[in-house]
Design a protein. Sequence first.
Length: 251
Amino acid sequence: MYLIPLTLLVPLASLLLFYGLMFRGLLAGPPTLKSESLDPSSLFARFEILYPKKEKKKEDLPPIRLLATSSGFPSLALADVGGTPRVLRIGSVVGSYRIANIERNYIVLEREGRKMAIGFNFGLKEPQAHGQPSTPTPQRPSPTKNLQASLPRGELERVTADPGIMFRQMRLVPFVQEGRTKGFLFEWIEPGSIFERSGIKPGDVLLSINNQEIRSGEDAFRILQVLRNESSIKLNLQRGQDIIELSLRVE
């Protein structure tokens, strides 16, 4: 009788067990795969969780109507922003935009690198026919009435210290006739303000200051310069069919 050593018996048993399991797997065939239906919406939902969408910032720009500009130093602009007069400077925020630049006839707004310009609404001049003589510039009408008033210097300096304070007491809009800016209309004046006490009424058209005509938006800012520096001010106003010379004495 041939005896197998114990040291060989254990490896031999392991080898037989391995071949037995493999042979059993071949007889049983391939394993059955379980199929599951996938919902595409669930995949998109998981994707959005991992990679959320960046929400686009909503643009916010109220209606702007440019009334006047001063491109000197500092550069300023007077505009009707959503029905409210505002004095704008470079860096001022209007809605979601910032004032990037102020030029003579327009302002530049910027938002995230995107720029847009807003200018004056100038009337278009009709082209003249060939050979037709040009219309002569009308002479300034002579005043039909003369008015005088005095203003306290302290109150005048307080009102004109900040353009925002000044334009909260009155509202100026361009007065255009035949496609040209003839002056600036006092559309509204605060009751009891220094402008009302000086004799100016809503509906008056400012034609000139100290014989300097007001023809552009930049000219309108001469109001600030004149009121700050002069001891006497002469305004030419159109009131209906009358031309009024209003002399103001600063005391």
